[in-house]
Design a protein around this ligand. Structure first.
Ligand code: NAD
Length: 339
């Protein structure tokens, strides 16, 4: 039973804690928070041992009556692996300050630069690269979405240049300090956005250019993907490839799913914690091929699509399972994802 600590019990951290606690080969030994916030209280109410991120802020927790099991240093000592879910760049600092000196394995999130880990990771594309590694970065929500579908196309067909336009949510639903905004922001203004190069940290041979804009929504990202085909392919063949790809879910406008709003309403019907949608949702009826170029729309639930990868990576790093599909199916089953 691998002992897992979560450093940073926020949007991603609380979801990874839940997912790890659903496994039979790993368990949560504690989580951290910077202050005795509602999230810290939720951690305690959920039965997790809580550790203070900053030793000099322990008094704040005592004053608020939120029980602590120790500080982050104690958690790093106790855990076999830390899932670092702190904000961008903090993870890289934690690696040098906490994990390397303590010889504790750690995983990082997509807000960190690629070189924080020995490899960047999406289990559907490169599970075996993480076998036995000490430091691995799970790629961001957008890169998970792009590599999940593009990796499937790349395995099945001879594909050429890829162009993807990312329409990104401005902030997560629980964040108020980044808004309200009523604008469409090219971000970045130059080409490419960082997402294309990030895809290449996992699939280096792909010829991909991405652009990105931020829009006033909190619920999902949308990708408009265009892929040149170097061979004759039918729309039905593409659909078959996506149907067989774990963690890809088809949705259709004919079922009333016309926008990300209906996707999130659909997700609420699934009854998962936080109404999460771990799968990359592809509009089946958007898949079209014109002049040997494939077009499709996909949407990403940014708060949760990386969660299954965060479980698989632990299994790979401890070589609990060397067969990618066995780990993916085990994680899927535990989280109610259809394989
Ligand atoms: P968040 O702000 O919701 O949570 C961050 C957590 O880290 C909080 O528990 C906070 O208390 C703690 N923290 C803050 N500053 C800290 C510090 N200096 N030292 C230690 N702990 C600190 O952040 P998040 O959205 O969960 O993002 C975490 C990581 O996951 C980032 O790398 C981000 O890029 C990545 N990510 C986020 C999303 C998303 O949509 N939210 C999706 C995929 C990946």
């Amino acid at each position: 039973m691998i002992k897992v600590g979560i450093n940073g019990f926020g949007t991603i951290g609380k979801r990874v804690a839940y997912a790890v606690s659903k496994q039979d080969d790993m368990k949560i030994v504690g989580v951290t928070n910077t202050k005795p916030s509602f999230e810290a209280k939720f951690a305690v109410d959920s039965g997790y041992k809580l550790f203070a991120s900053f030793p000099d802020k322990k008094d704040l927790f005592d004053e608020a009556g939120v029980p602590l099991a120790g500080t982050v240093n104690d958690l790093v000592d106790e855990a076999d692996l830390i899932v670092d879910c702190t904000p961008s760049k903090v993870g890289a600092e934690n690696k040098e300050k906490l994990y390397v000196p303590n010889k504790t394995k750690a995983t990082f999130q997509g807000g960190e630069k690629g070189h924080v880990g020995e490899v960047s990771f999406n289990p559907l594309c490169n599970y075996k690269d993480a076998l036995g590694k000490d430091y691995v970065r799970v790629v961001s929500c957008n890169t998970t979405g792009l590599t999940t579908t593009l990796g499937a196309l790349d395995d099945a067909f001879d594909i050429g240049k890829i162009r993807a336009m990312l329409i990104r949510r401005s902030a997560d639903p629980g964040i108020s300090h980044k808004g309200p905004i009523n604008a469409i922001i090219p971000d970045p203004i130059h080409v490419p956005s960082h997402h294309g190069p990030d895809v290449q940290t996992i699939l280096p041979h792909l010829n991909i250019i991405t652009t990105a804009v931020k829009v006033p929504t909190t619920i999902m990202h949308m990708h408009s993907v265009m892929v040149e085909l170097n061979q004759d392919v039918t729309e039905e063949q593409v659909k078959e490839v996506f149907r067989n790809r774990p963690r890809v879910m088809f949705l259709n406008t004919k079922d009333g799913i016309r926008s990300t709003a209906e996707i999130m309403e659909f997700a609420r019907n699934l009854g998962r914690p936080w109404s999460d949608i771990y799968e990359i949702t592809v509009w089946e009826d958007s898949i079209s091929i014109k002049d040997n170029e494939l077009y499709y729309f996909q949407a990403i639930h940014q708060e949760s699509d990386v969660v299954p990868s965060n479980v698989d990576v632990i299994r790979a790093m401890f070589e609990l399972e060397t067969d990618p599909m066995k780990s993916i199916q085990k994680t899927n089953k535990s989280l109610g994802i259809k394989s």
